[in-house]
Write a protein that binds this ligand. Sequence first.
Ligand code: DGL
Length: 276
Amino acid sequence: MPGPAKPPTILVFDSGLGGLSVFREIARARPDASFVYAADDAGFPYGDLSEHALVARVGEVMDLLIDAVRPDLVVIACNTASTAALPSLRARHAMPFVGTVPAVKPACAASRSRRVSILATPGTVRRDYTSELVRAFADGCTVDLVPSPRLAALAEAVLSGQSVDDGEIAAEIAPCFVSQGGRATDTVVLACTHYPLIADRLARLALWPVAWIDPAPAIARRVVSLIGPAPQDLAEPEPVRLVSTGRPLEPGRIGAIIARPVAAPDLLATPPVLVS
Ligand code: DGL
């Protein structure tokens, strides 16, 4: 009789720690999988890179990671990278890629005031991919695209244990709150994976209560639809492998965020980031 199927290897990728918000949901859905979490912190922040530089960077780093990890499935847990680089990644590699893109459709379907903000990095806001999502799924809502130049870096600082003033976070999210013609924003899409990791601060600093839309549960469902659900009999999960390109990731901090055992971190040597 054949033994139990080998658990899939899933590579979860972001420019920094933000992808951990997506990782948590995937690990809940497939706790048996063998996970690698990779952060291209030498390229952070992706939100400042041109589309050309970003596609080149993500392509290069992903070639190296795929060679080293041999994943069965890759999750690009980064809106900024997904909205630019998914087509070229899918064209270059055979395994399935699951992207993370602004959750315009569920947000607009849920909004009662019909006014929705998309909070994202400047790169994601600029992307044709994002305008196309708004055109296709606004469903009659007014959609405000809100570029945040600093919120991903502020979240990264909070997650690394630094203290960040409320005022700095409040200034980044204030433009999401629009009240015009008797209609006020009631739904904000967290269109950068870093933001759900500081959701408590965002809710506390909101100008009024809104629904915050985090795409992570939908991404986990997509992963399960591609590779199937977890088996009934679960073995002890393997420690998550951590890879970064700048500084070694801190296993203690990451283990606390994802509530899973993590292995000693690895560094991946990568070429310099293109500047134009
Ligand atoms: N976490 C990334 C995203 O979802 C962005 C952070 C960055 O600018 O690198 O868009």
